[in-house]
Ligand binder design. Structure first.
Ligand code: RP5
Length: 172
């Protein structure tokens, strides 16, 4: 098993369904990661230790997900100089409190806040950061972006060819 370079952390195992999307993306790109439950409120000592030692343990980026009063991403950012990416976890019965908890960081402690439940984009941003110093990963990422581009062009061509009504019927 390779040394993890990305830490995926979350406030509760109830966040795992959302945060596992980040793990799946890192698997697709062959990036080594670890998954930990680290609660800012229930285990503040563990959060402090985790974030404070993350860089010396070889992590390069942390993706932190939490819902409700989501202090984990911001407090993790305050305990490390590594880039930290926040994923606000949003359930149907929640408001937007996790998002606001993450987006309004004070000057000096940056936190890259993703859309609610945006763990997939969180992992892609982590890959962009890692790709700055990893040529092979940069090539895989470039090819991923090219595929996205090509699939939109192909979809548009199909709609032009079939007409939108026929396309819509075919895809429903
Ligand atoms: C937050 O409270 C967690 O990140 C989770 O999103 C939410 C609920 O946690 P559990 O009560 O399910 O453990 O701290």
């Amino acid at each position: 098993m390779s040394q993890p370079v990305v830490g995926i952390i979350m406030g509760s195992d109830s966040d795992l369904d959302v945060m596992s999307e980040a793990a799946k993306v890192l698997d697709e790109f062959g990036v080594a990661y670890e998954v930990r439950v680290v609660s800012a409120h229930r285990t503040p000592d563990v959060m402090d230790e985790y974030a404070s030692t993350a860089a010396e343990r070889g992590l390069k980026v942390i993706i932190a997900g939490a819902g409700g009063s989501a202090h984990l991403p911001g407090m993790t950012a305050s305990h490390t100089v590594l880039p930290v990416i926040a994923v606000p976890v949003k359930r149907d019965h929640h408001g937007h409190e996790a998002f606001w908890s993450s987006i309004k960081m004070p000057p000096g402690i940056p936190l890259a806040t993703m859309p609610e439940n945006g763990a997939r984009n969180g992992a892609l941003l982590a890959i962009e950061i890692l790709a700055l110093s990893d040529h092979d990963l940069a090539e895989r990422y470039q090819s991923f972006r090219q595929n996205l581009h090509d699939s939109v062009v192909a979809t548009d061509a199909k709609i032009q060819q079939q007409g939108w009504e026929s396309y819509l019927q075919g895809s429903s």
